[in-house]
Design a protein around this ligand. Structure first.
Ligand code: COA
Length: 157
C-alpha cells in the first residue's frame, strides 16, 4: 500500500488543500492529512477546531486519515510507513520555500521524498491567510472553503 503524508497548518483547511488532497489520492492508496506545527505561525483556530474541520471536510473522501503531530514531519512518516510528503505549489513564489523544506527534510531523512502537485487554476490564489482576511472584511468565502469552515467562522462572530 502506498501511503503519503500531506502536512500543513490547515488554519483553516481550504478548497485548495482539498483539491491537492483529492488529486494525490489518484497516486497514493492512503493519504494522512497531518496537522503539523509551523513554529513561525500563530494559530487562528485551536488544534481541536482545526482537526475537527479537517475531519468533517474529508469525511466523504475515501483513503484519508486525519492526524496531528508536534515533531518533525519526516519522523512522523518514518513511524507510519510513509515514504512521501505531499505539498501543493500555487505559484513560483511557493517554490523557494518548498525547495528549502525539501532540503531540510532530506537532511533529516533521505528516504522520504517530497511530491508536489500544481494547484488547479481555480484555487491558485487561495491561502488560509487570504480566506481569513477576506472573511474578516465581510467577503463571501463560501466558494473557497468547505461548509464546516464557513460555519466555524460564522460561529466565531
Ligand atoms: N491551496 C490553498 N492554500 C495553500 C495550498 C493550496 N494548494 N498550498 C499551500 N497553501 C497555503 C496555506 O493555506 C498556507 O497559507 P497561510 O500561510 O496563509 O497560512 C500556506 O500556503 C503554506 O502553509 P502550509 O501548507 O499550511 O504549510 P506551512 O508553511 O504552514 O507549514 C509544515 C509547513 C507544517 C508542513 C512544516 O512546517 C512542517 O512539516 N512542520 C513540522 C516540523 C518540520 O518537520 N519542519 C520541517 C523541517 S524545518
Amino acid at each position: 500500500m502506498k501511503i503519503a503524508v500531506y502536512p500543513g497548518s490547515f488554519d483553516p483547511i481550504t478548497n485548495g488543500h482539498l483539491d491537492i488532497l483529492r488529486r494525490s489520492l489518484k497516486v497514493f492508496d492512503q493519504v494522512i492529512l497531518l496537522l503539523a506545527t509551523n513554529g513561525a505561525k500563530k494559530g487562528r483556530f485551536s488544534v481541536e477546531e482545526k482537526l475537527s474541520m479537517m475531519k468533517e471536510a474529508t469525511s466523504d473522501i475515501p483513503g484519508v486519515i486525519v492526524d496531528s503531530y508536534d515533531g518533525l514531519t519526516v519522523d512522523y512518516c518514518l513511524n507510519h510507513d510513509a515514504k512521501s510528503i505531499i505539498r501543493g505549489l500555487r505559484a513560483v513564489t511557493d517554490f523557494e520555500y518548498e525547495f528549502q523544506l525539501a532540503a531540510a527534510n532530506h537532511f533529516v531523512n533521505p528516504d522520504v521524498d517530497m511530491v508536489f502537485f500544481m494547484a488547479s487554476s481555480q484555487t491558485t490564489f487561495i491561502s488560509s491567510s487570504t480566506v481569513d482576511e477576506l472573511e474578516r472584511n465581510g467577503a463571501d468565502i463560501s466558494s473557497l472553503v468547505p461548509p464546516c469552515v464557513a460555519r466555524a467562522y460564522s460561529q466565531k462572530k
